[in-house]
Design a protein around this ligand. Structure first.
Ligand code: SAH
Ligand code: SF4
Ligand code: F3S
Length: 451
């Protein structure tokens, strides 16, 4: 039996897909990249913007139509993740032929559900009613520790989800609704998982959570030190592990102890993805983001003071309800001052069930496009400047895999997360090498190994 898993959305979803894959493998299935040979196809979905939902629904419709065209009742076709949680039983109505819907808190059950349906379908005649399971499961965070690498480089670099859910209730965001309240995993389980990964050859871990630096906050005794920094310390002590990254932290929890951890914990890489969302304090307030633009800039400034070549990336939403030209101008200012070298710019998309969806989506699409374009242009210049500053210098790079293009070309990242392309051979994979940067584009650095 073969399963094919297609993932939309964030790294946490990618990580869930790896756990789903591992659950299939445990049951004796293999994983295939080719959907044509799959006995079960799982679409792991995202709800964060309307476009993300539309893409997944389009894909599911296409898969079901194709199966109808072949006249067979296999593969099993199921949907999981955030859109499955968000839309539940509605999906089996708009997608007749869909075999199951398992919510974002049920990803650890997906392989089980798919296999049961597969066995029923093998017997042929009985038409199977679709299974819909979007009930709550507040223990799902205790079942997300299995690994089956799906991404190309994940043999060297691994994702580790350290929590599930979010309770920040940013006004525009659907994540708390679909993923539920924050549940942090026990520290000891995470340490054990990372140790096992290192034993299997992993050199770099990226800790994942929607508010990753608030790890443990829901169970923290008043006055106790940050459990997140404590976790970083324990991971830093694991022999054989070389690099630690995390995403996404929230500015409100980016306190001094975390800033101090840079430099002190030598495995902690000098790259932070710190979502700004807006540079206007009144928009931040409307968004229910409890920090001011100046607080954000202070964090960025202190990080840059503390660590050389610190790379900071961000998320920004343009066209939030009521965003004026002046609000946007402030965003542009902060965007330049923070000198982001990478960013994801999103056009506001109202999501049903969120607070801001009750307000009119009053910034016209053409203005959203314009603002998006302005920030992308600034970003291009800032990324290029950041890259140019690296030319002629030497950096250590963890060799991850073959590059997508070019014979004998390999790729790896610097500690500040810049992608380098260089000539090497298979024996370099998983090794850390020094490379000299020769030239740069906005997205990658061309380099040569110097030791
Ligand atoms: N937990 C992370 C991000 C989660 S979602 C954080 O707090 O930053 C990833 C990004 O999608 C967000 O940072 C935000 O910029 C964007 N996003 C979320 N909801 C959105 C919406 N309704 N419209 C447009 N962008 C949105
Ligand atoms: Fe959404 Fe805000 Fe939670 Fe991030 S912190 S997932 S933007 S509610
Ligand atoms: Fe999307 Fe869910 Fe992640 S809504 S961004 S896949 S948590």
């Amino acid at each position: 039996m073969k399963a094919h898993i297609r993932t939309y959305g964030c790294q946490m979803n990618e990580r869930d897909s790896e756990n789903i894959a591992a659950n299939f493998v445990e049951r004796g299935w293999s994983i295939t990249n080719n959907e044509d040979e799959a006995d079960a196809i799982i679409v792991n979905t995202c709800s964060v913007r309307e476009q993300a939902e539309n893409k997944a629904i389009g894909k599911l419709g296409h898969l079901i139509n194709y199966r109808n065209f072949t006249g067979k009742n296999l593969p099993v076709i199921g949907v999981t993740g955030c859109m499955a949680q968000n839309r539940g039983g509605q999906l089996v109505k708009i997608l007749p032929g869909l075999d199951f819907v398992a919510g974002a808190r049920k990803t650890h059950k997906v392989a089980d559900i798919a296999e049961q349906i597969y066995r029923q379908k093998l017997t042929g005649r009985v038409p199977v009613a679709p299974v819909v399971d979007v009930s709550d499961d507040l223990t799902s965070h205790l079942n997300i520790d299995k690994h089956y690498p799906l991404a190309r480089s994940s043999k060297v670099c691994a994702f580790v989800s350290i929590m599930q859910g979010c309770q920040m209730n940013c006004s525009y965001c659907i994540v708390p609704k679909v993923r539920g309240p924050m549940r942090s995993r026990p520290t000891a389980d995470i340490v054990a998982e990372v140790r096992a990964l290192v034993d299997s050859g992993v050199k770099e871990v990226t800790l994942l959570g929607q508010v990753v630096n608030a790890f443990g906050i829901e169970r923290r005794a008043p006055g106790k030190v940050s459990e997140f920094v404590d976790l970083l310390e324990r991971l830093n002590a694991i022999e054989g592990l070389q690099r630690i990254r995390f995403t996404s932290p929230h500015p409100s929890f980016f306190k001094d102890d975390l800033i101090e951890a840079y430099g002190r914990l030598e495995k902690l890489c000098q790259y932070v993805h710190l979502p700004l969302q807006s540079g206007s304090n009144s928009i931040l307030r409307a968004m229910n983001r409890p920090y001011r633009a100046e607080d954000f800039l202070r964090i960025a400034e202190r990080l840059r003071e503390k660590v050389a070549d610190m790379s900071i990336s961000t998320d920004v939403i343009v066209g939030y309800p009521g965003e004026t030209p002046e609000d946007f101008r402030q965003t542009v200012d902060v965007f330049k001052q923070a000198a982001f070298d990478m960013a994801f710019i999103f056009k506001y998309s109202p999501r049903e069930g969120t607070k801001s969806a009750q307000q009119p989506d009053d910034v016209p699409e053409s203005i959203k496009d314009q603002r998006n374009k302005i920030l992308l242009e600034i970003l291009g210049e800032q990324s290029m400047r950041f890259h140019e500053n690296m030319i002629g210098r030497t950096f250590d790079v963890l060799v991850e895999d073959r590059a997508k293009r070019g014979q004998d070309m390999f790729m790896g990242r610097t500690r500040n997360h810049r992608k380098c392309i260089f000539k090497a051979d298979e024996s370099y994979i998983a090794k850390t090498v020094n490379v000299k940067i020769n030239s740069a584009t906005v997205t990658a650095l061309s380099a040569e190994i110097v030791g």
